[in-house]
Design a protein around this ligand. Sequence first.
Ligand SMILES: [Zn+2]
Length: 356
Amino acid sequence: MKRYRAEFVKIAELPSHVEISESSRKRIRDVLEHFDFSNILFLTGKTSYNVAGAKIEEKIVDLIAEKIFISNASMDEVRNIEIAVGYADIDAVLGVGGGKVLDVGKVIASEINVAFISIPTVASHDGIASPVASFKEKGKPVSISTRPPTAVLADLTILRKSPVRFLRSGFGDLISNITAVKDWKLANDKVGEDYNEVAASMAVLPSRLMLNLESIDFRDLTTLEMLVRGLILSGVAISIVGRSRPASGAEHKFSHALDYLGYGNALHGEQVGIGAIVIEYLHQKYYGIGDWEAVKNALEKAQAPTKAKEIGLTKEQIIEALIYAKRIRRRRYTILEDVNPNKDEFEIVLEKTGIC
Ligand SMILES: [Zn+2]
């Protein structure tokens, strides 16, 4: 008789409640009461508090045990908050804010083993619902695995008023799933890495849908909703497999390389968007699958950067980062490990794609 191999069974933790609407912020009290949370650690940022946090606080003021303003995403910040909060019986962490607030919230909630509730005030990457936090330690980027948020209230009224550059960046991060999933499939073919079709589809289908839009304007509610839904599904896809693979391939290695080299002054989604054009080009050239022009056109339609100079980079810096990218997450097999392009080849790619 075959023995039951328990180690192969994975139980994915997913958000229990996701709401994407023009008024989901107003549902916060219902959500907290539904889960029976009454001692909340409320995290927010200065701007986020002014645009959304203060009104949300008013609705649940009796349920808030502590309110803390987050200024940076690091383990030091997490420790300081844990000291400030002490052993108050916190039963949930609520984050109303952008990347830093949500990242710190996810880590604290995971550390003290309570629920995290996410109310994003910007949608600049797929972290709004993912089980991954991006911290900066000693000036270098670090990814930390966390539990996914228990609830995500994505309020389109708040997000529509956020700076459009952030939404365009979110679109770059979403589009990059197209190349991330190609790299994942390649790793499955070439080195036998586990591949999960459901997670791959969740990550890639929303971006494919948006690739075909005639115009992409995030002030338009339907388009904004597609973007937010796509970013949340990306986060859920990551939760299903317990790693960022469905939403992070060679284009993310390139962006991380820019950050490591100290060139990454643009937003995450802006960098991975440009990376996705290069990586799509390579997949198309070597395997005949992909359409780098469609990726580039979509970014252009959304008015996201597609040129090195738009994110303040030179050709030399981009090439250095593309070459350095292979040193990031070495075990994650991508087209860069597969075809190992050299400097001359990258130069041709950058010229042909019009990046620089
Ligand atoms: Zn990303």
